[in-house]
Design a protein around this ligand. Structure first.
Ligand SMILES: [Zn+2]
Length: 280
C-alpha cells in the first residue's frame, strides 16, 4: 500500500489508483499576517498544516493532504507590514475551483481545513459552491482553537491560564502551539499581553462566553502590537497537549466524515399523479 499522504508528492498514476480507496482529501487554508512581535507571519499556516499532516500520517491511506492555500481574507490586517490580502470574492472562487478540480478527478469526500479566523465564512461558502456544482461531500472545519475551541477540548478549558480574551489572536493558544511546533520561530522575550479588543453584551471574541454578533474591525483600531490575547502565559507543555488533543479529535471527525453517504437528489416538482399520467 502507498503510504504517501501528501497529494502533490504522488504521480498521476498513483493518484488514479488512490482515488479507488476514496481517502478524505484535506485542503489546508491559512494566511500570511501579523501575529504580534513574537510570532512569524506564517503562524496560521504552520498550525493548520501540522494538524492536517499529523492526522494523515496516523490515518495511513485514509486521508490525503493537499498543498495549502497560504493566503486568506486579510484586508483588515493591511496596516501591519507583511500581511498579504486577497479579495473575498476571488478567494471563494479560487478555493472552490481548487476543490472542484479534485471532485472532477473522482474524489468524493473533501474538507477545507481552515486555520485563519476571517477565512471561516469563505471556507463555508466555497464548500457550499462545491456541493451545489458537483454533488460530492465537501465541508469546512476550523481546528485552530483561536477560531473554534471544539477540537481542542477538553484540554483548552482544563489547561488554559489566561482570562477570557487571552486566546483570541497571537495569544495563549497560538503561541503555545508554535512553541511546540516551531520553537525556533518564537521569541518569548518579545511576547506581550494586549487585550484591547472591544467587548459588549452579546459580542465577544473569546471562549467560553458565547457571542451572537459577527463583527470584524480594522485590526489597527484595536491592537497596537497585532496581539489580541495573552501570549505571555503560553508554555510548550500546553502546546504539546493542545496539539495531541486536536489531532485525536480531528481523526475521529475524519473517520466519521468519511462515512457520510452521497444520496440521490429528487425532483419534487412532479407529483406522483403526474408521473402516472406521463407513464401512460
Ligand atoms: Zn492566527
Amino acid at each position: 500500500m502507498n503510504d504517501k499522504y501528501c497529494y502533490d508528492e504522488m504521480t498521476w498514476p498513483e493518484i488514479r489508483d488512490v482515488i479507488r480507496n476514496q481517502p478524505v482529501l484535506l485542503l489546508p487554508f491559512g494566511a500570511v499576517e501579523d501575529h504580534g512581535p513574537h510570532l512569524p507571519l506564517n503562524t496560521d499556516n504552520i498550525i493548520v498544516v501540522a494538524i492536517c499532516q499529523e492526522a494523515a500520517r496516523r490515518l495511513k491511506g485514509e486521508v490525503l493532504v493537499m498543498p495549502a492555500i497560504a493566503y486568506g481574507l486579510d484586508e483588515h490586517h493591511m496596516d501591519f507590514p507583511g500581511t498579504i490580502s486577497v479579495d473575498m470574492q476571488t478567494l471563494i472562487q479560487f478555493v472552490s475551483d481548487v476543490v472542484i478540480s479534485t471532485a472532477r478527478h473522482g474524489f468524493t469526500h473533501i474538507l477545507i481545513v481552515n486555520g485563519h479566523g476571517s477565512n471561516a465564512s469563505i471556507a463555508d461558502l466555497a464548500a457550499r459552491r462545491v456541493v451545489l456544482e458537483t454533488g460530492v461531500v465537501c465541508a469546512a472545519v476550523n481546528p485552530n482553537a483561536a477560531i473554534d475551541p471544539t477540537l481542542a477540548e477538553p484540554t483548552l478549558s482544563k489547561m488554559r491560564k489566561s482570562q477570557p480574551g487571552g486566546i483570541a489572536h497571537a495569544g495563549e493558544y497560538e503561541t503555545a502551539m508554535m512553541l511546540h511546533l516551531r520553537p525556533e520561530l518564537v521569541d518569548m522575550d518579545r511576547a506581550l499581553k494586549e487585550q484591547s479588543q472591544l467587548k459588549i453584551e452579546y459580542f465577544n471574541w473569546d471562549h467560553p462566553e458565547p457571542s451572537a454578533v459577527a463583527w470584524q474591525d480594522w485590526w489597527s483600531r484595536m491592537s497596537e502590537s497585532g496581539v489580541c490575547g495573552d501570549p505571555t502565559l503560553a508554555t510548550v507543555e500546553f502546546g504539546e497537549a493542545l496539539f495531541e488533543t486536536t489531532v485525536e479529535n480531528f481523526i475521529r471527525l475524519l473517520r466519521a466524515f468519511r462515512t457520510l453517504p452521497i444520496r440521490s437528489r429528487q425532483d419534487m416538482h412532479e407529483t406522483p399523479s403526474d408521473q402516472k399520467t406521463q407513464g401512460g
